[in-house]
Design a binder for this molecule. Sequence first.
Ligand code: ADP
Ligand code: MG
Length: 337
Amino acid sequence: MRLVEGPSGRKYNLAFQQSPTLIMPVSEAVGTHPYLRLLGIGLFGAVLCFLLTRNITQPITRLRAAASGIASGRLKTRVDPAVRRRHDEIGTLGRDFDRMAEQIEALVSAQRDLLGDVSHKLRSPLARLIVALGLLRQASPEGTPEYLNRIAQEADRLDKLIGQLLTLTRIESGIESTQREKFDLTNLVQEVAADGDFEARAHNREVKVVRADACTTLGVPEILRSAIENIVRNAIRHTAPGTSVDVTLERITAIEPKAVLQVRDYGPGVPERMLRDIFVPFHRVPNQDESNTHGAGLGLAIAERVVRLHEGHIQARNAANGGLIVEIELPVHGITV
Ligand SMILES: Nc1ncnc2c1ncn2[C@@H]1O[C@H](COP(=O)(O)OP(=O)(O)O)[C@@H](O)[C@H]1O
Ligand SMILES: [Mg+2]
């Protein structure tokens, strides 16, 4: 209560009454208090910035995911429809990206189909040639000329090469999810090593399983088996007489558990600059030795694609004390008991 004097000189008692809610409404407080007003503006700005940034970074993250899909060979990858529907530059970029992906996919599949068709077409006359050769041998059984054996040998090689080319084109076109199954990788590796050991012993070499952790993976066991077989056969072919090829299967429990398979031999290894090239079709190390005269250089190319189809990774490196180590990493799906 306060005593005030009016313009006429009359005295008044001025009484205040506190608002029943002690706390002022926020909007009022923000409106009146300078610091609170600043804080309000700041908060509003921050929310606006956050929304704006998210509006830009989210589609870019999606674009990046699509690009990395294409980069890792999944040519069917397309940009998220939400990005394509946008009416800004990011939307245009998304639509252009999809057009590019379609073009790449069409080109690659046309090339693959051509390779597959050519291989198929070559196979029939070759099969007839092999039959004719057999008949010719039967017709003159006494003393088959040396060059006929040579022709048979070359025809056989050609047949194997065409078979590998067909495998490569089949694998390139991907594997259906229905073909995939969960299987025991440890068992598969042990079987391949045992078969390899049988072959190797005939040439004074052996294949040893040094370690085999329990691993189960998801995929197509037959094609994974042929990929591992090729690696083990290469190692047997290159390892020095009297030495062994060491096979190790390790289960690594990182954030995502994985199986690491290593095939190590005691041979000449591969020149450092060619460690990546040996996974490219038809690439072979020149002047290696007479043990490497067979094969067309498709085995590791097939293995690389097979491993990629299993969401894995393959690489080769030279061991410190000589020999080549080929390492395959595969995701594991549960533990076998
Ligand atoms: N264990 C190894 N030691 C040395 N060189 C190897 C080994 N494995 C592969 N290579 C080299 O890599 C090349 C490609 O191997 P691959 O694709 O299996 O073809 P291929 O066995 O038909 O020659 C081989 O020709 C050989 O030069
Ligand atoms: Mg090979």
